[in-house]
Design a protein around this ligand. Structure first.
Ligand code: ATP
Length: 359
C-alpha cells in the first residue's frame, strides 16, 4: 500500500498520549484516532532543515522507511497505517506494540527452556523470511527492535525500519551503520551488504538469548569491530552450561565471515534445532535452558547505557541553549530542537527510573 504524506494537522484527527520510546531522531508516543478510539504508536521523526544539517533525517531517508513499511504485510512485522508531515517532522502512525522487549519478557521468567526460546526465534525468522522474499534487508536487527505485541501476547513484532534497504539487482549497498555489537563483518569492512547481513545479526541475537553474553563486545567500539572482523568468538563453558549442541551448531552456521557460506533464513527454518525431525532432537531442546542470570545482567548493563543517554541528552539541551544565545540559529528551529530533546529526555529518564526500581 502506497502512502501519501498527509499535510493535515495531525492533532485534528488524533489525541496524542505519553511518550513510549525514542531514538536518535524520533520520539514515539501513544496516540488515539478520534474517530474510532483505536490506539496507535505515532513516531515523530525530526526532519533535516537543510541538506548539511546533522539534526534530523533527510526526507529521502524518511521516504525510504515509509516505502519499505508500506511494501510489507506480515504478522511479525510492525504495520504502518498512516503518514502525516509538517515543516519540522514526519509522523508515522504505526501499530501499537505494547508488550515490551522480548528479552525483558524472558528475563522476568523463572526458567525458559530452549523449546520456548525457539518459539520466539521462529517468529523472528518468519518475519525476516518475509522481508528477504521482498529483497528487503532490515540491517538493524537487535534485541531492542524485537518487541511483543501486548502484555498478554507472545506475538513477536520486528520494529524500526530506519536503516532498512531494498536490494536492487546490480546496485551495491554499502553505507550503513548499525549498532556495533550486532553488525556483520561486511559492514565493518565496508563490503556490499546482502540478506546474509541480517542472518549474522540473528546469530548474535541467538547467542545472547541463550547465554546472556554478547559474542563480540569489546571494551570500546574499535575493539568490538575488530572482534567482528576477526570473527573472534567462542562458546564459554560456564555461560553455555545448559545449551544444547544443536543450538550451538545453529549459531555457528550464522557467525561465518563469508556471507555466501552463512545459513539463509530458509536454512535456519529447516535447521533441526528450529524444526526437530527426531524425538531425540526435540528432547534435547526441551532439556536445555537459557542462561537467565546472565540475561538479566545483560539487560542491567543496557539500562546503565540508557542512563548515560539521559546525560548526553541533557548536554544536547545545554548546547542548544548556548547556540540560541549566539543567535546563529532561528528561534523556531531552536524551539523545535528543544521540544524534541525534552520529549526524548522525558522518555529516557522514565526508563531510567524504572531501571532504578527494578534493580
Ligand atoms: P534508533 O535511533 O534506535 O534507530 P529510531 O529513531 O529509528 O531508533 P525506533 O527504534 O523506530 O526509532 O523507535 C524508538 C523506540 O520507540 C523503540 O525502541 C521502541 O521502544 C518504541 N517504539 C517504536 N515503534 C513502536 C511501536 N510501533 N509501538 C510501541 N513502541 C514503539
Amino acid at each position: 500500500m502506497e502512502f501519501n504524506f498527509k499535510q493535515d494537522n495531525f492533532e485534528e484527527f488524533y489525541h496524542i498520549g505519553e511518550p513510549i520510546g525514542s531514538g536518535q531522531f524520533a520520539v514515539v508516543r501513544k496516540c488515539k484516532l478520534k474517530e474510532t478510539n483505536v490506539e496507535y504508536a505515532a513516531k515523530f521523526i525530526k526532519r533535516k532543515r537543510t541538506k548539511s544539517s546533522r539534526r534530523g533525517l533527510s526526507i529521502e531517508d524518511i521516504q525510504r522507511e515509509v516505502s519499505i513499511l508500506s511494501a510489507i504485510d506480515h504478522e511479525n512485522i510492525v504495520k504502518l497505517y498512516d503518514v502525516y508531515e509538517n515543516k519540522s517532522e514526519v509522523i508515522l502512525v504505526l501499530e501499537l506494540v505494547c508488550g515490551g522487549e522480548l528479552f525483558q519478557f524472558l528475563a522476568e521468567r523463572e526458567k525458559v527452556n530452549e523449546d520456548e526460546a525457539v518459539e520466539f526465534l521462529k517468529q523472528i525468522l518468519e518475519g525476516v523470511r518475509h522481508l528477504h522474499e521482498h529483497s528487503i534487508v532490515h540491517l538493524d536487527l537487535k534485541p531492542e527492535n524485537l518487541m511483543l505485541l501486548g502484555q498478554n501476547s507472545t506475538r513477536l513484532k520486528i520494529i524500526d525500519f530506519g536503516l532498512s534497504r531494498k536490494l536492487d539487482e546490480g546496485v551495491e549497498v554499502k553505507d550503513i551503520t548499525g549498532t556495533p555489537e550486532f553488525v556483520a563483518p561486511e559492514i565493518v569492512n565496508y563490503d556490499p551488504l546482502c540478506t546474509a547481513t541480517d542472518m549474522w545479526s540473528i546469530g548474535v541475537i541467538t547467542y545472547i538469548l541463550l547465554s546472556g553474553c554478547s559474542p563480540f563486545l569489546g571494551d570500546d567500539k574499535q575493539e568490538t569491530l575488530a572482534n567482528i572482523s576477526a570473527v573472534d568468538f567462542s562458546f564459554d563453558c560456564e555461560d553455555f552450561a545448559n545449551t544444547s549442541l544443536l543450538a550451538k551448531n545453529f549459531i555457528q552456521g550464522l557467525l561465518l565471515r563469508n556471507p555466501n557460506e552463512r545459513a539463509t533464513v530458509y536454512d535456519c527454518l529447516r535447521h533441526p534445532w528450529i524444526r526437530p525431525v527426531k524425538e531425540s532432537q526435540a528432547q534435547c531442546r526441551r532439556s536445555s535452558s537459557i542462561n537467565l542470570e546472565n540475561l538479566k545482567s545483560f539487560l542491567a548493563r543496557k539500562r546503565w547505557k540508557q542512563s548515560i543517554q539521559v546525560v548526553s541528552l541533557c548536554n544536547r539541551l545545554t548546547k542548544s541553549a548556548s547556540v540560541r544565545n549566539n543567535g546563529s540559529v532561528s528561534l523556531q528551529e531552536e524551539e523545535e530542537e528543544e521540544n524534541f530533546v525534552m520529549s526524548a529526555l522525558h522518555h529516557a529518564s522514565e526508563e531510567g527510573n524504572m531501571a532504578g526500581i527494578n534493580e
